[in-house]
Design a protein around this ligand. Structure first.
Ligand code: 13P
Length: 247
């Protein structure tokens, strides 16, 4: 039985002061020892949030990670820095970074490897645009993102990793994939992992759905056999996040 993982992706929201206040607000609402609860927060909020959640069931993640170790990479944050700050997870390949920062599947792959090398659990995002869904190439596109993203990752590492399926057309739009649509793609991701590594690894890897998940639709999405959790944007910034954790 795979352990559920409910992660918030705060995106570019919350100053350090506001971040600590949000941790306070959510503290009792997200209590649930049967679920992994993660806050992926802006880099500048990482240290205050790590301190704010000490002694709770919440773990902290980054929204991105550099694939370089150190040196002349202005603005980037290394895996070593994240680990030292108390980070356990890192998102990579979010569609917003693919779009605005021109990240490729190859970049995402290097980030996945760098996270794993440093003991950080990758949350690797994949997802199709509306045009791709309408063209009927969703599954092919996602399989490519997963295959390239996991290039060079061992079976043992893959088993500990997280993949988030986030249809781009459902992000921040209030438009959610139906439970059937989300399950179809999450199952295809698990099948793809099974092809690469075998069913044992595929049964262990955790797959999240993300895209306008909220307190109302979470239970139905999370009831699907291949959906092991959620990656939540907007609804992670309010009390609703507690309802999603407990859905
Ligand atoms: P929303 O939940 O705001 O649609 O965002 C989803 C997302 O992009 C999480 O990474």
């Amino acid at each position: 039985m795979r352990r559920r993982i409910i992660a918030g992706n705060w995106k570019m929201n919350k100053t350090p002061t506001e971040a600590v206040a949000l941790c306070e607000l959510l503290k009792d609402l997200v209590k649930n020892d049967a679920v992994d609860v993660v806050y992926c927060v802006p880099a500048i909020d990482i240290i205050p949030v790590v301190n704010a959640v000490k002694g709770t069931n919440v773990q902290v993640g980054a929204e991105d990670i550099s694939f370089e170790d150190k040196g002349a990479f202005t603005g980037q944050i290394s895996a070593e820095m994240l680990v030292d700050a108390g980070v356990k997870y890192a998102i990579m390949g979010h569609s917003e970074r693919r779009e605005y920062n021109h990240e490729t599947n190859e970049d995402v792959n290097k980030k996945v490897l760098k996270a794993l090398e440093n003991g950080i659990t990758p949350i690797m995002c994949c997802g199709e645009s509306l045009a791709q869904r309408e063209q009927g190439i969703t599954i092919d596109w996602i399989r490519q993102q997963v295959k390239v993203g996991f290039q060079g990752v061992t079976a043992e590492q893959a088993a500990k990793s997280v993949i988030a399926y986030e249809p781009i057309w459902a992000i921040g739009t209030g438009l959610t994939a139906t439970a059937e649509q989300a399950e179809e793609v999450c199952k295809a991701i698990r099948d793809c992992i099974a092809e690469i590594y075998g069913t044992d690894t595929a049964e262990k890897i955790r797959i999240q759905y993300g895209g306008s998940m909220n307190a109302k639709n979470a239970a139905e999405l999370l009831a699907q056999p291949d959906i092991d959790g959620g990656l939540i944007g907007g609804a992670a910034l309010k009390a609703d996040f507690g309802q999603i954790v407990n859905a």
